[in-house]
Design a protein around this ligand. Sequence first.
Ligand SMILES: Cc1cc2nc3c(=O)[nH]c(=O)nc-3n(C[C@H](O)[C@H](O)[C@H](O)COP(=O)(O)OP(=O)(O)OC[C@H]3O[C@@H](n4cnc5c(N)ncnc54)[C@H](O)[C@@H]3O)c2cc1C
Length: 313
Amino acid sequence: MVAATFTKQLEAIVGPGHVGEQVLLGRLTTFGVGGPADWLVEPRSVEALQGILRLAAGSGTPVVVLGGGSNVLVADAGVRGVVVRPRLTAISQPGADRVRAEAGVTMNGLVRWLIGRGLAGLEAWAGTPGTVGGAVHGNAHYGGHNLSEHVVEVGVLSTLGALAAVPVTDMGFGYDTSRLFDTHEVVAWVDVRVTPGDPAAMRTVARASLAHRKRTQPLHLPSAGCVFQNPDPSRDRVPDGLPWSAGALVDRAGMKGATVGGAMISAVHANFIVADETATAADIRALIERAREAVRGQWGVELRDEIVYLGEW
Ligand SMILES: Cc1cc2nc3c(=O)[nH]c(=O)nc-3n(C[C@H](O)[C@H](O)[C@H](O)COP(=O)(O)OP(=O)(O)OC[C@H]3O[C@@H](n4cnc5c(N)ncnc54)[C@H](O)[C@@H]3O)c2cc1C
């Protein structure tokens, strides 16, 4: 399809002046690196999101979804096709024990909303960067718990834009994964289970999580959180006496402080790569491969990616 025609068709859905072309994606990610999207659209309703998916499917245009950009590495060459950044930000309470958050709600925004209404369940998740959509996609985890433990149901859109309510048991949730990796469905909303709680007690829990993050993570520098998944006892073999922690393995392999260009393995947390203003996506990716190689070379453990690579590599 001719690019100008596609732009006009997108504008018919999200409004004139609301379709970006060749938009640099770095500023929309916590790493701060990455090249341009052919198109960037930020739908503000589920219907608009459905319209974009239908249009893209009908014209064979690839779709990439971006949430808060806190778990991705966007290629220097950027992303071909349309990048969709859902700006669906409604939160509602469809039942006494259930709260619905749309995909573009930030995890921190949801935690604040719940605490303000005395609804307990997610307060320990304070400080998790990104959106609810991204957290469902990768089944975000904190303190040994997965987000899926709190999920009742997810509203997902098929690649053709059809909406379905999927119970948690059918979401294919596992450590750092969900069925969305295979189906490429898009999260429209998620229902989480809540119970009545005391806001003061919840605030204490939230503050403890924030303090823990501040102590253990290099929050003052651009990163995308943990780069690697921890080894999985059902699939991996870690030699006796070594920790089942990707960060600890990278650390023991002597990689803390290692650099490639503007990317460095954090001295604070070896599963974080931090980027300075000169870093490129290629620097970061090369450093990831060096760390993986170091751990493989020493102990034969193959670390899998937690971060997601987007775009043309
Ligand atoms: C300082 C720091 C600390 C972190 N701490 C944690 C932590 O404690 N626990 C943890 O699990 N993670 C952590 N992360 C990683 C990150 O915050 C989470 O993975 C987060 O859930 C990603 O959400 P996002 O909206 O930023 O997703 P993005 O990074 O934008 O996207 C991640 C993936 O989700 C997909 N996606 C995004 N939105 C949707 C949607 N609506 N529908 C379908 N797919 C979608 C994207 O296509 C991409 O594949 C941390 C990151 C940083 C920078």
